[in-house]
Design a protein around this ligand. Structure first.
Ligand code: SF4
Length: 624
């Protein structure tokens, strides 16, 4: 159905020409789910855009062919291509806001797709649109069909877009991170729907995702991309059971899970090389734990191992002698002394406080005012969190899991006191026996020092105009006013080393760093004030697997060295299993279930926890 041959895509950027895709070849059969996986910037989305002829303005196809049903779409006039797009080939992108027309009702947009690509018209097309809204899980579709996109949540808009793509009954669907913005239960529903459609209509599917667990549950075949090239193609079950390429092995080793609790995750050192230059040898050589001397000078070709598997690695050339060196580790210049210096003043093990919880939350309620009208008068209240109680011991981690809007982030923000003046908070949050909600003045300042927060998007939480040093110094100045300039600098330099950043990072701005490095800066900023508890709000969910492994390792090391406790908000059960001691499951502002990881994940007691766990895509971690 789809045959891509020797595709080369180039982008003109300030630094020169980026070869975003290099000699890519793949085929996808009718009815097949083919997953394209890899970390950010490896060329997955660019492959989809080239297939749809939707490359950005600075991009062009420099060579190759893209055949759809035998016809090279690169040769088609744009008018003909418009019929292919949305008709023969449907597409779902991650960002629904850019794909829906904001001034057109959602139902009308779906009807338009149906009328353009099927024989249905008028009332029949509207009835079909309604059916699609129902199938993608939009509640009350009869009412929502006449809503404008702005009245829908992000997840609902995503589902409308999926309905629009599927309503045209395409032969082939390109889905680029189709469920990343959705909650797990809706994600499970959408993935199931895609599977059904494939069975019914023999629709081909190119699934592009960084979520390997989704791939494991959906795909028949997998292609792994690295630095613009495919480095391994394999049937999905064989790929996950026994990956061949060292990069594939490293990615799977970096995944967190229960079986890896007792050891640091194997993060992949280094970063993807820039694609502006030419490569003399293997693109993965700098990061490869099995590199041989000639890997730096001989570019490997994609080689067939058998009829179904291909790999781009010199280890599989005849006569290759593997020289396995120590697994690549992430360089960190953390001096142990710095780690000790930052030790939060945790209670010594023999003190009476050692057994008492660090944080004891009792009957927490958070109520937001509901405003409306020109004067924004308060018309009522919305209970975002109700009667929530839990405790966290020193040096321990409690994970808070649940779907969006269940109250987990609100709970975290209430404890960090970010909701003062915004919402009404009830109940008590005892930090070492003192109720932080009742504190005022200097006592409140001291409590703010002891509880810090790290957000999901490090970029949004760091002022782009400030240098890293200033970002770290800001908190110290307000929360540790007694420290003089020299003491502040010393502490900042020690913490920078502790989180694995080089000292010259202090003079740079946040935009000069990668996502993982920015998250390290956010962690350093939280640590600088020597907190005893850090609320981690989805700190790794925007990161690639290998960077996630680095951040999880860092958080665990810091906990071991400083005795800091974490309230860890996440939807990733693998992360929970790896990092947490206890887990609380939240739904509609209430804690449904709380207990040890083994108990709650191993033998859930409530229907909701069982449903949530069943919806989470899982992957059996291979022993690679
Ligand atoms: Fe590693 Fe060499 Fe294979 Fe590249 S060719 S992945 S450097 S062993």
């Amino acid at each position: 159905m789809i045959a891509i041959d020797d595709l080369v895509v180039e982008l003109d950027v300030e630094a020169g020409v980026v070869r975003a895709i290099d000699a890519l070849a793949l085929t996808i059969e009718r009815g097949e789910t083919f997953a394209l996986v890899g970390e950010s910037g490896c060329g997955k989305s660019m492959t989809a855009l080239a297939l749809m002829r939707l490359l950005p303005e600075n991009g062009h196809v420099a060579a190759g062919h893209v055949r759809v049903g035998g016809e090279d779409v690169l040769d088609l006039p744009e008018a003909a291509m418009r019929g292919v797009r949305g008709g023969r080939i449907g597409m779902i992108f991650q960002e629904p806001a850019t794909s829906l027309n904001p001034v057109m009702k959602v139902g009308a947009q779906i009807v338009e797709a149906i009328e353009a690509h099927t024989a249905l018209r008028g009332a029949a097309a509207r009835a079909r649109a309604l059916e699609w809204l129902r199938r993608v899980g939009i509640p009350e579709p009869e009412r929502r069909i006449d809503d404008y996109p702005f009245r829908m949540s992000g997840g609902q808009k995503q589902r409308v877009m999926i309905a629009m793509a599927l309503a045209a009954e395409p032969d082939f669907l390109v889905a680029d991170e189709p469920t990343t913005a959705l909650d797990v239960t809706i994600q499970a529903q959408i993935l199931e729907l895609l599977k059904d459609l494939q069975r019914e209509q023999r629709m081909g599917l190119m699934l592009i995702t960084h979520d390997l667990a989704v791939v494991a549950g959906m795909a028949q075949r997998v292609a792994l991309m690295y630095a613009g090239q495919i480095v391994e193609v394999a049937p999905a079950d064989e790929f996950f059971a026994a990956p061949k390429h060292p990069y594939a092995q490293a990615l799977l080793r970096a995944l967190p899970g229960a079986s890896r609790r007792d050891t640091p995750l194997e993060a992949i050192a280094g970063t993807v090389p820039p694609l502006t230059g030419r490569f003399a040898g293997c693109r993965f050589v700098e990061r490869c734990a099995q590199a041989m001397p000639h890997c730096a000078t001989t570019p490997p070709a994609l080689r067939a191992l058998d009829a179904r598997r291909q790999v781009r690695c010199l280890l599989y050339e005849p006569g290759a002698v593997p020289t396995r060196r120590a697994a690549a580790s992430v360089p960190s210049d953390r001096p142990d002394a710095a780690a000790r210096d930052n030790r939060a003043d945790a209670a010594p093990e023999d003190s009476p406080l050692a057994d008492a919880p660090l944080l004891d939350v009792q009957s927490l309620g958070v109520r937001f005012p509901v405003r409306s009208g020109l004067l924004q008068r308060v018309h009522g209240h919305f209970d975002a969190v109700r009667d929530v109680s839990f405790s966290i011991a020193r040096g321990q981690t409690l994970a808070l899991v649940g779907e969006s809007g269940c109250g987990k982030t609100t709970t975290g923000k209430a404890i960090v006191q970010l909701l003062r003046g915004v919402a009404v908070t009830e109940g008590r949050a005892l930090l070492d026996g003192r109720d932080v909600f009742a504190l005022q003045g200097p006592a409140l300042l001291a409590a703010r020092r002891e509880v810090q927060i790290i957000f999901q998007d490090p970029f949004a939480s760091l002022d782009p105009r400030m240098r890293v040093f200033e970002l770290l110094e800001e908190g110290l100045q307000s929360l540790h006013p007694a420290l003089d300039a020299r003491a502040r600098r010393e502490r900042i330099e020690a913490i920078t080393a502790q989180v694995g950043l080089r000292r010259d990072a202090l003079e740079r701005h946040p935009h000069e760093f990668s996502g993982g490095q920015r998250q390290r800066i956010a962690i350093a900023r939280a640590l600088a004030v020597q907190p005893r508890l850090i609320v981690c709000d989805e700190p790794t969910s925007a990161l690639d697997v290998s960077v996630q492994a680095q951040i999880l390792n860092l958080l665990r090391e810091l906990q071991r060295d400083t005795g800091v406790s974490y309230l860890f908000i996440t939807h990733n059960i693998g992360v929970v299993e790896y990092i947490a001691d206890q887990v609380a499951v939240m739904q509609r502002g209430l804690i449904e279930e709380i207990g040890s990881i083994e108990r709650v994940l191993g033998a859930p007691q409530t229907d909701y926890t069982r449903t949530l766990l069943a919806a989470v895509p899982r992957i059996a971690l291979p022993s690679v």
